[in-house]
Design a protein around this ligand. Sequence first.
Ligand SMILES: [Ca+2]
Ligand SMILES: [Ca+2]
Length: 181
Amino acid sequence: MGKRAKTVRWILAGASLAATLCCSATTRASPTYPGLIPGDVKALTGTDMPCTPPCTLCHRDLQGGRGTVVQPFGRSMIARGLTYQDPESLARALGELHANSVDSDGDGVPDITETSLGNDPNAVAGSSLCTQTPAYGCGAHVARQRPRDLSAAAVLGLGVLALCLAIRRNRGGALEDRRTP
Ligand SMILES: [Ca+2]
Ligand SMILES: [Ca+2]
């Protein structure tokens, strides 16, 4: 294998490793809370939720966002340790609600029981959680997608730049070899 081929091979391997590490790190940090809740609730109750809950399970509206957790269920979750961008805190808080049979709307049915059945744990009248379209983003999903895209693009750009420099350097070396008697 020639010197140039070896250099190219090392650069490509390095760029690939960097991209893998970079993207896997940001993927771990990119949960969507509404999408995680059915799995967590099923782990607690054994029941498949009939839908993915909307952001209004915890937030003021379907846009979600930080500082907008105003629903009784959301407040109960925060009181039990739910934090921003932390799926483990989500599972832990749901577990505590379940273990303590917390009933945030006071209708006599515990939050997790209502949620597992697709009923609204914020409404005494027992309205459904499944009538609103889930809007991902209330768990900061939108804010976290951008850095992943940027970091992947940056890694790709650096890989291409390094490749161009290596080829240029090798060409320079080959030219010098030809000039040298
Ligand atoms: Ca209730
Ligand atoms: Ca209810």
